[in-house]
Design a protein. Structure first.
Length: 390
């Protein structure tokens, strides 16, 4: 983590002057790969407004940290913040607290800092691979990213306000605005989770201010949980004395109350609960379907995540054979991507299927059976590629 003094931190956050503003949107080109969004490089365009931008999958072969300018973007409503007056900005904390508070950015920068490397993954990442197909943004595998997040503990902020005994949940909302009578986008965590010391309010991402499209000036970071809880441009925290019954908790982002959120295709009625912890996943990043040499061993590498627990092991199988342990790269923390690699022996001429699976420290292992639910959430099936040895 950068050792910032207050002056340096403010400068890095773009607050030495009146604030930070972005130019208006450039018109997205009709091509799927676009470079027309502020502070973003080449991204796959799912939707221009509210913006949905996907990280090209080949980027994940370049390292376990996702660059800020290639980090995926997902907003629900079109009225998102395009500028923030840092001097006027306040993070309000109210509800069932001993005293309402309003934190400026300068106030937050004075508090003890923490850092975590954590994956931010959209609930619908990989939705395009559901079969039968389901509605919603047809994300490939690029609605995820891994960053070093710097900020302050949510617990420290809540403790300053004083959470009243009997409080049930903490609700979070940001600067984006709903159209008409649409419900305000807000998510909540149980009090104990919110105060566990891991949930944080981040003001820096990979040592830099958050890009506007990724939540400038501050966002919630909920390690190990899907990104629907990672509220961007966070400006309001409300302590609730009853469970949160707002639309985005009680109706939206609901998953089957079944292992791996899996129900039979076409099922419409089933017990539900709010989406929560991520599951382990692994990907081959240095090659896809295609040819491999017939007369020599070849290398395979990729990334894995443990979800809500660290990566314990990654294994590969060829044509349904025995699982071979891959070599794991450096451990960057419980919630980070982890690099893996393996040299596979030469293959006989013909078509072969290579599968990869991850197991986390809690003992959860990817399985080969398909996952389906009507919202297209939480895909975690074993990934495979098909290669030709010729």
């Amino acid at each position: 983590m950068a050792d910032w003094g207050r002056r340096d931190a403010l400068a890095a956050l773009g607050v030495a002057g009146a604030g930070l503003a972005l130019p208006g949107w450039a018109q997205a080109r009709p091509l799927p790969l676009v470079r027309s969004f502020p502070q973003k490089g080449a991204m796959l365009l799912q939707r221009s407004r509210a913006p949905l931008l996907e990280t090209p999958f080949e980027l994940f072969d370049q390292g376990v940290i996702t660059p800020n300018d290639r980090f995926f973007v997902r907003w629900h409503y079109g009225d998102i913040p395009l500028s923030v007056d840092i001097d006027a900005f306040r993070l309000r904390v109210d509800g069932a607290v001993n005293g309402r508070l309003a934190f400026s950015i300068a106030d937050l920068l004075k508090m003890p800092r923490v850092e975590v490397t954590a994956i931010n993954q959209c609930s619908g990442n990989s939705r395009a691979y559901f079969s039968p197909r389901v509605p919603g943004a047809q994300w490939g595998h690029g609605a995820m990213g891994n960053a070093r997040w710097t900020g302050v503990r949510l617990k420290d902020v809540l403790d300053r306000a004083g959470v009243k005994a009997g409080a049930k949940a903490i609700r979070f909302a940001g600067l984006d605005r709903p159209p008409g009578d649409a419900p305000w986008f807000a998510k909540s965590l149980a009090v104990d989770h919110a105060r566990d010391g891991e949930v944080m309010i981040a003001f820096a991402m990979n040592g830099q201010a958050l890009p506007m499209l990724n939540g400038f000036p501050i966002r919630l970071v909920v390690p190990g949980w899907y990104s629907t809880y990672w509220i961007k441009a966070l400006d309001h925290i409300e302590v609730l004395d009853a469970p949160d019954d707002n639309f985005w908790m009680a109706k939206a982002y609901q998953i089957p109350a079944a292992p791996r959120a899996r129900v039979a295709p076409g099922t419409k009625e089933f017990p539900k609960l709010p989406i929560n912890k991520m599951l382990p996943r692994s990907f081959i990043t240095n090659r896809g379907d295609g040819s491999v040499p017939i007369d020599a061993p070849f290398s395979v590498r990729g990334i894995a995540m443990g979800g809500a627990s660290g990566v314990a092991r990654v294994e590969l199988s060829v044509d349904g054979g025995a699982w071979r342990a891959a070599t794991l790269g450096p451990d960057m923390g419980t919630y980070s991507f982890r690099r893996w690699s393996l040299m596979l022996p030469k293959l006989a001429r013909g078509t072969h299927k290579i599968a990869v699976r991850a197991t986390n420290n809690a003992g959860d292992t990817q399985l080969p059976d398909p996952i389906w639910n009507p919202s297209g959430y939480m895909l975690s099936t074993i990934e495979t590629i098909t290669v030709q040895a010729a």
